[in-house]
Design a protein around this ligand. Structure first.
Ligand SMILES: O=P(O)(O)OC[C@H]1O[C@H](OP(=O)(O)OP(=O)(O)O)[C@H](O)[C@@H]1O
Ligand code: HPA
Length: 174
């Protein structure tokens, strides 16, 4: 309970695990024979990315970027900052950005623009959750776990304030 609110589970641990395996299979097929680099956006994607890379059956490099826009708010400030940069070169590589959620799209837009400047061979996006109705800019992730309506989501890496990222299922507060 959060301030008297009740949790409503949208995707169980078992459903998530099945869907992540499907995404891993799709990605393995799509990137066979390519130089795949997964870039996980911290902090929100740490759990999804950790599960996803273990379902990928082809060689893959992994790096991280830390970004922030929401602070502890429920609405994007629109100002997306890169707090920690990549450690590896992505020049000539096939980059797959992995994030927990695409909401306004500001975060992914900023990261795509930023990474484009590092001359990768390609850039695509994989998100566990997509909220297309909230989009402020045009952007469609190539791989999507679940498309969801406009509800504030918590768990499986997604926070409410400073908590709940460790909850193994995805839920909302009613
Ligand atoms: O499409 P958008 O409206 O930009 O929202 C999506 C982003 O917002 C959250 O990050 P946040 O800035 O809260 O940082 P976090 O990853 O540390 O939770 C989430 O993890 C996504 O990266
Ligand atoms: O629904 C959400 N939940 C948590 N963090 C978020 N960041 C963007 N959208 C969300």
């Amino acid at each position: 309970m959060e301030g008297g609110k009740r949790q409503r589970v949208l995707f169980s641990k078992e459903e998530i695990s099945k869907r992540v395996k499907e995404l891993g299979d799709e990605i393995s097929l799509e990137y066979k024979g390519k130089n795949l680099v997964i870039i996980s956006l911290l902090r929100g994607s740490f759990i999804f990315a950790a599960d996803l890379v273990r379902e990928i059956s082809i060689p893959v490099e992994i790096d991280f970027i830390t970004i922030s826009s929401y602070e502890n708010d429920e609405t994007s400030s629109g100002i997306v900052e890169i707090i920690h940069d990549l450690r590896m070169s992505i020049e000539g590589k096939d980059v797959l950005i992995v994030d927990d959620i695409c909401d306004s799209g500001y975060t992914l837009k900023k990261v795509i623009e930023y990474l484009s400047g590092k001359n990768p061979n390609s850039i695509s996006v994989c998100v566990m959750l997509d909220k297309p109705s909230r989009r402020k800019i045009q952007l469609k992730p190539k791989f999507i776990g679940y498309s969801i309506p406009d509800v504030f989501i918590v768990g499986y890496g997604l926070n409410y304030g400073t908590h709940y990222r460790n909850i193994p299922y995805i839920f909302t507060f009613d």
